[in-house]
Write a protein that binds this ligand. Sequence first.
Ligand code: PMP
Length: 304
Amino acid sequence: MADRDGLIWYDGKLVSWREANIHVLTHSLHYGLSIFEGVRAYKTIFGTAIFRLKEHTERFFNSAHIYMMKLPYSKEQLMEAQKEVVRANKLESCYIRPVAFYGSGKMGINPFGAGVHVAIAAWEWGSYLGQEGMEKGIRVKTSSYARHHVNVTMARAKFAATYANSILANMEATQDGYDEALLLDVDGFVAEGAGENVFIVKNGVIYEPEIASALSGITRASILALASELGYEVRSQRLTRDDIYIADEAFFTGTAAEVTPIRELDNRVIGSGSRGPMTAKLQSLFFDVVNGKVPAHVDWLTKV
Ligand code: PMP
């Protein structure tokens, strides 16, 4: 990733991609406290636009607030900076990665005084779980690792150290030949994917796990809104792994994963074993929305 052309917004300025570096004694590198976002810009029918820029930027500030990290920029400045990065790199559709981290001002667990830095990069990134997975569904394995308890690391923040848990789960699943991991909470109830929220469909009703120990996904929120507009009933409740085994349909949502059908969990075929009809409808509506084709939701898109 480091050796390529392009520009990265780094502490208020656009710098060349290869020069957007940090010192080896960067506090966040040692102790894992950085906060970040994953955002997408789409080539819409009215030009390139960022999907739910305001909500992602708000979550970025919430993550900083939870970890008591003082961001040296305003929401408006960081929203403008995200647009600037897309424009400066002449990207039509892309993934955007804002990150805030503690610098090399000091060592020791307490980060105050290490200095806070903010960077925003953007690059082209296609379907996270593969184009074939978008159509046929992916194979998922329940992880042997539990999702963090809400009082271990807090689930409302999108911060780096949480992802050691996601990485362990994803490595385990993919090394065993699956596409992604499903994590249960410490009580054994369904939490989320390694980088996605999860939904199932049973007898025409959509269910999602209570998000206690899961990230409050912005794609999830968008799908909840679209599902209710389609007249679907959605229930948030505790779900077990075998609720998913016997579901008619299942799918993941996330900025990177978008809406990805799940065709198998732990070698049990879900429903017909392919993308289910309600998943297909939501997925297609989601792509119409992000491409600017749904007038009721153009307010979710910010032109760059
Ligand atoms: N859960 C986790 C652990 C994630 O990393 C992500 C991706 N940010 C999600 C859920 C989905 O969130 P969003 O739809 O906001 O991208």
